[in-house]
Design a protein around this ligand. Structure first.
Ligand SMILES: NC(=O)c1ccc[n+]([C@@H]2O[C@H](COP(=O)([O-])OP(=O)(O)OC[C@H]3O[C@@H](n4cnc5c(N)ncnc54)[C@H](OP(=O)(O)O)[C@@H]3O)[C@@H](O)[C@H]2O)c1
Length: 309
C-alpha cells in the first residue's frame, strides 16, 4: 500500500510516499481503507522533530492522525462494525500514522460516519473538534450566558470553538486577522477583535473563559481580562502555564485532548443537524502532502486542510 513516511525529522520534503506492507489487524481491531485525512499542527510538529524525543524512537514512521475511511475487515472479537461501514477517528501520533491507504485501529476508538457527512468532512472533526468541545465544556465549564474569549478563532480548533460556544449559548468574542473577520462573524461570533488593528489587552471587558487556541497570550494579560473566577486555558504547555495550573485553584488549565468516541459522535450529530459546520479551506491530493504541511506550518489556515487518499 501507499503511505506517507518520514525516515528523519525535518522540513516538509522529508515526507515521502512509499510502498509498504499493509498492516495486520488484531482481534479487537478494524482494517480501514483510508479515504481522507485532515492536517493538524500536530502533524508538522511530529514531522519536524519538535515532539522528540518520544517521536524519535518510532522512526521510520507513517505520519498523520485524523482519518476517515471504509472498514475492509474486522477482527474476530469486533461486534460493532462490519466491512463496508464508514468510520472516522484519530490515531496516536506516537504510533503508526493515518496518512496511508490502510490503517488498523481499535474498534472502540472509531465512530460511524453519518450518511450526511463526506469522508473529507468527517476527517476534519477529531483533533480540532474534540479539543474545542472539551476545552469549552469540560475545562471552561461554559454554559448559557458565559462570556467566552477565543484567541485564534479562524483555524481548525478556533472555527469549531466559536460555533460550539454559541451552541452552549455563550456570548463569544473572537480574535483573528483582518481577512478572517467576516468568516469568524459568519461562524457566529458576537464580537470580533481584528488583532491587526486592535489590541485586546486594552479592553475594559471581562470574561468567564479565555480559550487561548494559539497560545500566544501571556498569563498576565489573559488573567487581566478575566473575572476573578474566570478560567484561562491554553493549548500549548509552557513551563510557566503548567506551573500555574497546579497553583491557580483551577483558573489556569492546559487542554490535553481526549479521544472520546461519545464526543466524536456528538460532534458528528451536530453536523448532521447543521448546528455545526465543518470548514474545509483546501483539499489536497496525496502527492501534494508536502504543500499541505507547508501551509499548516505557516499558521494561517482558515478552518481545516484535508488530504484525499
Ligand atoms: N493540547 C492539545 O490537546 C491540542 C489539541 C489541538 C491543537 N493543539 C494546538 O493548538 C494550536 C492551534 O491548533 P489549530 O488546529 O487551531 O491550528 P491552525 O488551524 O493551524 O490555526 C491557524 C489559525 O491561527 C490563527 N492565528 C495565527 N496567529 C494568530 C494570532 N497572533 N492571533 C490570533 N489568531 C492567530 C490564524 O488566523 P489568522 O490567519 O486570522 O491569523 C489561523 O486561522 C496548535 O499549536 C496545536 O498544536 C493542541
Amino acid at each position: 500500500m501507499k503511505a506517507v513516511m518520514i525516515e528523519k525529522f525535518g522540513p516538509p520534503d522529508v515526507l515521502k510516499i512509499k510502498e509498504v506492507d499493509q498492516p495486520a489487524h488484531k482481534t479487537d481491531e478494524l482494517l480501514v481503507r483510508v479515504k481522507a485525512v485532515s492536517i493538524n499542527p500536530l502533524d508538522y510538529k511530529m514531522r519536524n522533530g519538535s515532539l522528540s524525543p518520544l517521536g524519535k524512537l518510532m522512526l521510520p514512521k507513517i505520519v498523520g492522525s485524523d482519518f476517515a475511511g471504509i472498514v475492509k475487515d474486522v477482527g474476530g472479537r469486533v461486534q460493532n462494525f462490519k466491512p463496508g461501514d464508514r468510520v472516522f477517528g484519530s490515531l496516536s501520533p506516537f504510533k503508526s500514522g493515518a496518512c496511508a491507504e490502510y490503517v488498523t485501529v481499535k474498534a472502540s476508538q472509531v465512530v460511524a460516519i453519518p450518511d450526511e457527512l463526506s469522508f473529507e468532512e468527517a476527517a476534519t472533526i477529531p483533533i480540532a473538534g474534540l479539543t474545542a468541545l472539551q476545552a469549552l465544556r469540560d475545562l471552561g465549564k461554559v454554559t448559557k450566558g458565559s462570556k467566552v474569549f477565543i484567541n485564534g478563532a479562524a483555524g481548525g480548533v478556533g472555527s469549531f470553538a466559536v460555533q460550539l460556544a454559541k451552541i452552549l449559548q455563550a456570548q463569544v468574542t473572537a480574535v483573528c486577522s483582518t481577512p478572517n473577520v467576516r468568516f469568524v462573524q459568519e461562524l457566529g461570533a458576537d464580537y470580533v477583535v481584528d488583532y491587526k488593528k486592535e489590541d485586546y489587552r486594552s479592553s475594559q471587558e471581562k470574561y468567564d473563559f479565555f480559550f487561548d487556541v494559539v497560545s500566544k497570550a501571556s498569563l498576565k494579560d489573559a488573567l487581566n481580562i478575566l473575572f476573578e473566577t474566570g478560567i484561562y486555558t491554553a493549548t500549548l504547555p509552557t513551563p510557566q502555564k503548567v506551573f500555574k495550573s497546579f497553583l491557580s485553584r483551577g483558573r489556569v488549565k492546559i487542554i490535553m485532548v481526549k479521544k472520546k468516541p461519545e464526543d466524536l459522535d456528538y460532534l458528528a450529530q451536530l453536523t448532521v443537524k447543521k448546528d455545526l459546520k465543518v470548514v474545509i479551506s483546501k483539499t489536497y491530493a496525496l502527492e501534494d502532502i508536502q504543500q499541505a504541511h507547508i501551509e499548516i506550518e505557516a499558521g494561517h489556515v482558515r478552518g481545516k486542510l484535508v488530504v484525499e487518499i
